[in-house]
Design a protein around this ligand. Sequence first.
Ligand code: DX5
Ligand code: ZN
Length: 229
Amino acid sequence: MGYYRRMDRRILKETIIAPSVLSADFSNLAAAVRDIDDSGAEWVHLDVMDGKFVPPLTFGHKAVADMRPHSRGVFDAHLMVYEPRNLIADFARSGADYITFHIEAAVHAHRLLAAIHDLGKKAGLSIVPSTPVVMLENLLDLADLVLVMTVNPGYGGQALIPMCLEKVRLLKSIRERRNLNYLISVDGGINEKTAALARDAGSDVLVAGSAFFSSPDKQALVRVMKGTE
Ligand code: DX5
Ligand code: ZN
């Protein structure tokens, strides 16, 4: 496991794009994940909301299981829920590859990271804009992914909060200093223009919802977001 987890960041040649189905037509999620595959984006970002940690409700593990056969992508589940420990086994069975939870929603985050690994999945930690990176200090060596929210979670289509990118820079420098291996992902307000800012700050993964699903040319958008054109 240690070797496999370590591989990820070392073999990463270009920025990963993770379109979020939050902005897709929920009556046709199979088409949404096929559009993601066809665009050249590698990951499918799955925003799970419980109506408590954030006001809206989205979907649960059954929707993820139903999407799974329609995509070759890495399934990146972002749990915006209280009591995430109650859901991780279902999401693991449904085909999520990464399971990310909010430290603001989990007291025993250290145990939960281990539980996700025990299910054979990659474990991610997320922080909202008001949470500083120092809150992750005792957890980073167990994380495969750190998801920095660049908007307050709950809704697509909001503007990126620039100070959140400072956290990306800090996470990158901590990773070097402590020789750790987590990927750094950013989520919220990422579009054609802000993608470059996020990449420059050191993001490995860019989540994009509204920018992706409103784009008439998704392949071109993905190339621009990756910085390869
Ligand atoms: C927001 C979600 C995001 C959302 C981003 O709470 O976590 O993943 O889909 O949407 P955009 O890219 O439109 O800001
Ligand atoms: Zn998200």
